[in-house]
Ligand binder design. Structure first.
Ligand SMILES: Cc1ncc(COP(=O)(O)O)c(C=O)c1O
Length: 385
């Protein structure tokens, strides 16, 4: 098939040519001066994206690795933890905590809905002895295309001393996040989403308050140990061999992000969300998440009759070489997901909507060909930059 695949997943996401070229460089000594300069530069850059002046460690790992890193460094066996879940990744964070000995109380919400901060406030109010040590929550729930209002969640915690630990794996750089201003203690992310580089780097940012708690932590760990990580960072190194080529990519991607400006990036993602949702609706299809809670990184589209989503995805791949994500677990075949984060532009989305219309028509769904594309075109022509 001619041309590159349209990789419309909520991660891994397309890699800009500049980043690919930057990674195609010889290896260097990871304990030498060039790596030190690069490590300090990218640490500063990633902290800027988080909106934090506190601590940041970069691990060779996927997102799940840093979720685990956060648990083993900041949660001790026996600690009570309140885990908010609105989907697959909220459940995963809770499971990791449970696996490492935490007493997990879950606060779950229907898939496709965001967490209700009032219910969190009530749950914490019942904890009069302040036994809950941490609240775990997902920023952007990739499995349902729904985001949680982290600022409102922190406000709902009022003066409860529990750490606020946030999985920002697919949200950071695609929707607003201000770690220090909102009072988040620990925030985890990964390279393969809005950062526009391949999978393989995990980011863990943590406040000085979290660091104090870490000093008394009794959980098992070795590879993930924050004390070691910080000791090496002071020397401009990582504790263990870093993924050097991905650092080259990260350095270039951060330059691109700085050139564009974080505010513009966030606005651009918001526009993608609104454009995709308006076009999907114009085609006569339904969306899983409500407008007020819909992710700017990924849109979950319900298949007509709530089944056959995988067939639609297969057709999109075979006929147009466009890769869409499926629904997970109970949402498998019920819906498909269009990723629109990172190195994506409106023109890509226009093509995806056009291809989707043809695919839906060929699948027997009655629609007026061009209704979605027309809506998308109008959206683009009316949008301000
Ligand atoms: C919100 C969220 N958390 C955690 C993860 C897990 O990341 P990984 O697959 O890189 O381990 C993902 C991956 O898609 C995610 O979207």
């Amino acid at each position: 098939m001619i041309g590159q695949q349209y990789l419309m997943l909520p991660g891994p996401t397309p890699i800009p040519e500049r980043v690919l070229q930057a990674m195609n460089r010889p290896m260097i000594n990871h304990r030498g001066p060039e790596f030190k300069d690069m490590l300090l530069e990218v640490t500063k850059g990633v902290k800027m994206v988080y909106g934090t002046d506190h601590n940041l460690l970069i691990y060779p790992s996927s997102g799940t690795g840093v979720l685990e890193a956060s648990i083993v460094n900041f949660i001790s066996p026996g600690d009570k933890v309140l885990a908010i879940s609105i989907g697959v990744f909220g459940d995963r964070f809770a499971s990791i905590a449970q696996n490492f000995g935490a007493q997990v109380q879950k606060l779950s919400f229907k898939w496709g809905q965001a967490a209700d901060p009032t219910q969190l406030r009530e749950a914490l109010a019942r904890d009069q002895e302040k036994k809950i040590k941490a609240v775990l929550v997902t920023h952007n729930e990739t499995s349902t295309g729904t985001f949680n209002d982290i600022k409102a969640i922190k406000e709902a915690m009022q003066d409860h001393p529990a750490l606020l630990m946030v999985d920002c794996v697919s949200g950071l750089g695609a929707l607003e996040f201000q770690m220090d201003a909102w009072g988040v203690d620990v925030a985890l992310s990964g390279s393969q989403k809005a950062f526009m580089i391949p999978p393989g780097l995990g980011f863990m940012a943590f406040s000085d308050r979290a660091l104090k708690i870490h000093r008394r932590n009794t959980n098992h760990r070795f590879y993930w140990d924050v004390t070691e990580g910080l000791k090496y960072l002071e020397k401009g190194q990582t504790a263990f061999t870093p993924a050097v080529s991905l650092f080259y990519g990260l350095q270039e991607a951060l330059s691109m992000m700085l050139e564009e400006g974080l505010d513009h990036i966030i606005k651009r993602h918001r526009r993608y969300r609104d454009m995709v949702r308006a076009s999907i609706r114009a085609m006569g299809l339904d969306l899983l998440a409500a407008d007020t809670e819909a992710s700017t990184a990924v849109t979950a589209v319900l298949a007509p009759g709530r089944s056959g989503a995988n067939q639609i995805r297969n057709r999109m791949l075979k006929r147009f070489n466009i890769a869409l994500a499926g629904g997970q677990l109970e949402l498998d075949d019920v819906m498909f997901r269009i990723g629109h984060l990172g190195y994506v532009r409106e023109l890509d989305l226009l093509a995806v909507i056009a291809a989707l219309e043809i695919t839906m028509l060929e699948s027997g769904f009655k629609l007026e060909l061009g209704a979605g594309v027309n809506r998308a075109q109008r959206f683009i022509s009316e949008a301000e930059d």
